[in-house]
Ligand binder design. Structure first.
Ligand SMILES: [Zn+2]
Length: 397
């Protein structure tokens, strides 16, 4: 979804700058200079452009050591000469650079390194007026071949519009509820919710990793206490494509049992802006301060609406999968509540109450790794369906 939003952001940015352009893929901007600085082997690369550019930088270890900067389709006008491709001499750890258009919609700058190095810093400087260029600044430091290899990636065959995104597999972040000093609900026999949630989270992680389709991260993999906001912050910092919190219910009558799936209620949606500001949950689209405030607000609303739709879509798929799995579910399996861990403005999220610790049958099932396999398989299949349908939606645009 972030890629899609970045694309929309880019398009809106282009529309604001060149409202009259009717070309299918207008250049997102003009790269006017590639410069080098730094002292000794520490090397600074400065890419100047006349409009702010989305970019993605990564290390590529195919044969030689390279640093690759992927950009939206730009006009190369380095040194005042507009060309389709070109090259130049480097400095420091950069032996030289080459640039070209990579695909119909992307351009690529390749820095050939004279020795292994890694990116130690990268940031954007926004031009303060129309005469001052926008700059992408990338700092490289020499590194061991091993450090380069660890940081390097294969060629992903295309640009990733969001910086730091180095993997094409969707990232699923699993959040085992409670932990440490917070046991969560406790069954009559003394079974703690925090143990159940961690046990299922680890089992679900293994099931997802085994599919080969996902990167998976846990907000905790041991019995530690984590604040709610830190769970969300961690998922956002990792660039989660889907966040799933695991809990076990308690309350009501002892006979009440079964799983339910929660997404954010309208009351919860009203809390998003305040909580996001409080914890600096800044959206990718907000990083660009050169856009008019109104455009950023439109983009922000767009991201939140898309996130809400995706969350609801996943919850429905999950409720269906659970219903057909043989794992008991509550009636009206998909429910809404104002839950803190679902407040991220840009991460599709759902919270799964896996069963009731106040129901003996549920407790027995939740404690058994083999019985839990039914639940884990249903969740894993739901995640497959969710990403499958998302791929089809994106492809259909
Ligand atoms: Zn809980």
């Amino acid at each position: 979804m972030r890629a899609l939003v970045a694309k929309i952001a880019m398009l809106l940015g282009v529309l604001c700058v060149t409202a009259s352009s009717a070309i299918a893929d207008p250049p997102a901007g003009r790269v006017t200079s590639v410069r080098f600085g730094g002292e000794g082997q520490a090397t600074r690369i400065v890419i100047e452009s006349d409009t702010p550019l989305q970019y993605h930088v990564f290390l590529l270890a195919s044969g030689a050591n390279r640093v690759v900067v992927d950009l939206p389709r730009v006009r190369w006008s380095i040194g005042g000469l507009t060309t389709e491709s070109g090259s130049g001499a480097g400095a420091g750890v950069v032996a030289g650079y080459r640039y070209a258009h990579n695909t119909a919609t992307t351009s690529r700058l390749v820095l050939d390194l004279s020795r292994p190095a890694t990116v130690v810093r990268e940031f954007v400087l926004v031009g303060k007026d129309k005469d001052e260029p926008h700059r992408i600044v990338i700092d490289l430091d020499p590194a061991t071949p091993q450090a380069f290899a660890d940081a390097a990636t294969g060629d992903m065959g295309g640009p990733q519009p969001v910086a730091h995104q180095v993997s094409r597999k969707p990232l699923v972040v699993i959040d085992p509820g409670h932990g440490g000093k917070d046991p969560g609900a406790i069954s009559r026999g003394g079974v703690k919710e925090k143990e159940i949630t961690l046990g299922v989270a680890l089992q679900l992680r293994d099931a997802l990793v085994a599919t080969g389709r996902y990167d998976v991260a846990l907000t905790r993999s041991t019995d530690v206490f984590i604040e709610l906001e830190d769970r969300v912050t961690k998922a956002r910092n990792l660039g989660a494509d889907l966040f799933i919190a695991l809990h076990a219910d308690a309350g009501g009558k002892p006979a009440t049992r079964g799983a339910s799936v929660y997404t954010l209620s309208p009351d919860g949606e009203k809390r998003i802006d305040g909580v996001s500001q409080q914890h600096d949950w800044i959206l990718d689209v907000e990083v660009d301060s050169t856009r008019p405030d109104e455009v950023n607000q439109i983009l922000r609303d767009l991201v939140q609406r898309e996130t809400k739709n995706q969350s609801a879509r996943f919850a429905l798929i999950l409720a269906d999968a659970l219903g057909g799995s043989g794992w008991p579910t509550l009636e009206n399996t998909h429910r809404r509540k104002s839950l803190y861990v679902l407040l991220s403005p840009d991460t599709p999220a759902a919270l799964l109450e896996m069963g009731f610790l106040t129901n003996d049958e549920d407790v027995t099932a939740l404690q058994s790794e083999s019985r839990r396999r039914t639940l884990v398989t249903a969740v894993s299949h739901a995640i497959d369906s969710y990403f499958d349908s998302q791929t089809m939606m994106v492809a259909g645009r």
